[in-house]
Design a protein around this ligand. Structure first.
Ligand code: FPP
Length: 227
């Protein structure tokens, strides 16, 4: 039977949620952070061990400067601000993505969060920030070239990822109706299941993770073989 160990989420629809309410897009992102907290609790309840959330892509720099600044401020102030709650829940924070280009203050706050939660073991929450699937693969391969490797393999490439100890994602879900991966976990999604849900990200909660898990359990995973 399929086991949901690692769930990946493309948190989409914050802007649309805000627009529907005549609010600025930033209000949607702030509400999105609230639903992330509920989803983390839901993931723990459902015994999911790894949760990877797409917070900011390598392409999101194209957004208006004010929106980028707002999201960077969230990463700088809000995550470490929740350190007590995060630790009480037993959540270990890990970072996924390209550090270069991120503001110093954000990196400092994020690194501190990672350091102070490293002993927690209920759930590993991987924050994909300035993350892109192409970038992840290119960085890994360039590192192998630097190391003098003349022929790559799947395990060798994976070994140079930011968190090679985290198993490949089992189920990638996306909120807000669009059906694409948008450069998320390109390498590790080779055999992951995909799920698309119409509900906008700020409307997600613990219950939604129950639904997601139930949907996943109906899947027949064959990894190219026969069931
Ligand atoms: C996509 O919705 C959402 C993002 C680019 C940002 C995701 C970030 C959060 C949910 C906040 C998480 C914060 C922390 C501190 C971890 P969109 O803006 O593309 O929505 P739209 O497609 O409706 O415009």
């Amino acid at each position: 039977m399929a086991e949901l160990v690692h769930l990946g989420i493309i948190m989409d629809g914050n802007g649309r949620w805000a627009k529907k309410r005549n609010l600025p897009r930033a209000a949607g992102h702030l509400e999105g952070l609230k639903s992330l907290k509920k989803v983390i609790k839901g993931a723990i309840d459902e015994d999911i061990k790894y949760l990877t959330v797409y917070c900011f892509s390598t392409e999101n720099w194209k957004r208006p400067e004010a929106e980028v600044k707002y999201l960077m401020a969230l990463f700088t102030n809000k995550i470490y601000g929740e350190i007590k709650t995060i630790s009480n829940l037993g959540v270990q924070i890990r970072l996924l993505g390209n550090r270069s280009g991120l503001p110093e203050a954000a990196l400092k706050a994020l690194d501190r969060t990672v350091e102070e939660t490293k002993e927690n073991n209920k759930l590993v929450l991987q924050l994909a920030i300035n993350y892109g699937g192409y970038d992840e693969i290119i960085r890994a391969v360039n590192q192998l070239i630097k190391d003098g490797v003349s022929e790559v393999t799947v395990p060798l490439i994976r070994s140079k990822f930011d968190n090679p100890d985290i198993p490949p994602v089992d189920f990638i879900v996306r909120s807000a109706g669009e059906e694409r991966l948008s450069n998320f976990l390109l390498f590790d999604s080779a055999y992951s299941e995909l799920g698309f849900y119409d509900r906008l990200w700020p409307d997600w909660d613990e219950e939604m993770i129950k639904t997601v898990k139930q949907d996943f359990l109906k899947r027949d995973r064959r990894f190219g073989g026969l069931s």
